[in-house]
Design a protein around this ligand. Structure first.
Ligand code: GTP
Ligand code: MG
Length: 226
């Protein structure tokens, strides 16, 4: 399937409107955030592609700031997104972990901020853990998954997304995703923000992890302007 074909298909999970909804930089600020809908949080090492994934999933190039410098996202950013089937989801961009060039105090503050959010936020329905498809699941990622399983009283769906799939030779992609699935112990899909490979599978897996079914698949809807 070509990139054009994928882009033209319409799905119930496509995001039709998305906007910045707020940010928190300290744990105590969480209370100030309005509850807009079920939240899906994106976590992973610095530079793994969290902000890019959110932009691609929301089909908004400039919604979230992306940078080649690790440590770009330094607070928790919330984006309100409405899907074609009218499901409202809040996409939550978390600061990356594993970035060594920060002071110990700063890293500890970030850990507190992220852990507090992940453990306590009542509207959090799914955690998406991004790993680089070339590197697979690393210790920090495993720790996060273990933390999440231990911290949450109500079950929260956990999903692994193997990013930068375009950097893995096509013949090795299925194997790389399978390896991530096995070592993470949670469902995994592959994704590329460059080519949009894995776009549909990723949305379906996120919906599933968050406990939302996709009622009718509208892939055959006519394309606007075609
Ligand atoms: P922090 O905010 O620092 O934690 O980083 P992040 O995880 O949000 O990563 P971000 O989306 O800012 O992307 C980091 C770099 O990787 C940027 O230069 C992106 O263009 C690049 N990148 C992200 N996703 C992909 C991908 O799927 N393929 C390729 N080739 N590059 C990607
Ligand atoms: Mg970022």
């Amino acid at each position: 399937m070509t990139r054009k074909d994928t882009a033209q298909k319409k799905h119930p999970f496509d995001i039709v409107t998305a906007e910045f909804a707020g940010a928190i930089a300290r744990p105590e600020d969480e209370k100030t955030l309005p509850v807009l809908g079920a939240e899906v949080a994106f976590a992973g090492r610095s530079n793994v592609g969290k902000s890019s994934l959110i932009n691609t999933l929301a089909a908004r190039r400039g919604l979230v700031r992306v940078s080649s410098t690790p440590g770009c996202t330094r607070q928790i950013n919330f984006f309100n997104a409405r899907a074609r089937d009218e499901l409202n989801l809040v996409l939550v961009d978390l600061p990356g972990y594993g970035f060594a060039r920060r002071s110990k105090t700063e890293r500890a503050e970030w850990a507190t901020l992220i852990e507090n959010y992940l453990a306590k936020r009542s509207t959090l329905r799914a955690l998406v853990v991004l790993v680089d498809a070339r590197r697979g699941v690393e210790d920090d990622d495993k720790e996060l998954i273990d933390f999440m399983n231990a911290a949450r009283k109500s079950p929260t769906g956990i999903l692994c997304v193997a990013t930068k799939l375009d950097k893995v030779p096509a013949s090795k992609r299925a194997q790389a995703i399978q390896a991530v699935r096995k070592s993470a112990g949670v469902p995994a899909v592959g994704f590329s923000s460059e080519t949009r490979e894995g776009f549909d599978a990723c949305w379906r897996a996120i919906r599933h992890a968050a406990g939302f079914t996709i009622a009718a698949d509208a892939t055959n809807l006519p394309v606007e302007g075609a």
